[in-house]
Design a protein around this ligand. Sequence first.
Ligand SMILES: Cc1ncc(COP(=O)(O)O)c(C=O)c1O
Length: 386
Amino acid sequence: MKEIVQFVDRYGTDCVKWDGLEEKYGDKDMLSMWVADMDFRCPECVHAAIRKYMECGAYGYDMLSGRFNKAFAKWEKEKHGYEVKQEWLRYATGVVQAFYWCIDSMTEKGDCVLVLPPVYYPFFNAIDETGRTLVESNLIWNGQEYKMDYSDVERKIVENNVKMLLFCSPHNPAGRVWRREELEKIADICEKYDVIIVSDEIHHDFVYEGFKHIPMGLIRKDKTVVLSSASKTFNLAGMTTAMAIIPDDNIRAKWDAFVETIHISEGNSFGYLAGEAAYLEGEEWFDEVKKIIYDNYIFLKDRLLEKLPKLQIAPLEGTYLMWADFGAYLKESEMTYFFEKKCKIALDYGEWFHGGAETWVRFNLATSREIIEKAAEIILGQLKDS
Ligand SMILES: Cc1ncc(COP(=O)(O)O)c(C=O)c1O
């Protein structure tokens, strides 16, 4: 019987993860475990939908956006208990672009925007490139997991007159799935000081047993934007289709006014078709993907800890990214040389994420077991010899 999830060798397909190694790390002959997309073929329903569209052979203007949005809303309701009204939904070319547009449309130049590092590094670029001021309140690693520092958050908001919180839920790279109480606390602080929350929930479907993702929109409806996409869940990042959920009429009007100035209100047919098919029929494939990723996590974590007991690994509650601290074995200044030159493994370095995470690295687990095993053995071999 054919496996539901198939690993694909993506070399030679112009993919950033493998073919972009030379540009990013100056060496194309590396094991790639960096950028967050998956080495898995998308679910068959996606190919079937695209094949059907291709049979017609004409790619003219289409009317597909309504169907895609309905399929997304159905998925949100069934999977996350979040009832998303159609009128709240707005298209964006990606979640990254969507948070740029939120910052641009809902704050003023020079305004302070708060982030909680270590965090997805394009957050920093977005704040900088839109002419806003970056304010950071680091998460605290207590040796077991990352926690938010609420009093620091409140102090930073007050001191800097912060206008927006750029939040990540589940958290990349820490792998945290925020609990209801944590979300309520951070939302309360934002409410008290009239801070808009932009919650990047692109990883929200990757939540493992024992944990539940709670959309920020269920905690706070006004002054809150939830950003989502099928791109992580179904490996569709190249389809450039994401959505902003904006229940608040006032800030949605600001988004709309901004988007009018850049003239991008609709996406491409392939993105809509792929996303619609995936949301309606891709669940079985996705469940299988999640199992593979979680097994990869357990394997990699256990294998590394068996030989390197002083390694610190953040528990994987959500996302497909394993976050590990090699500080007991490597100095900050040795990190890139060790992983790039000695191991020839491409990873995301903790330094990129700020928050004092210089000896941490982020592993992308959405790949074959063979690659995961190879990475573990290379690292163990190199650390033994060093
Ligand atoms: C937290 C987070 N947001 C956004 C993105 C990228 O989103 P998009 O490709 O839709 O711009 C990623 C990809 O790694 C991510 O981890």
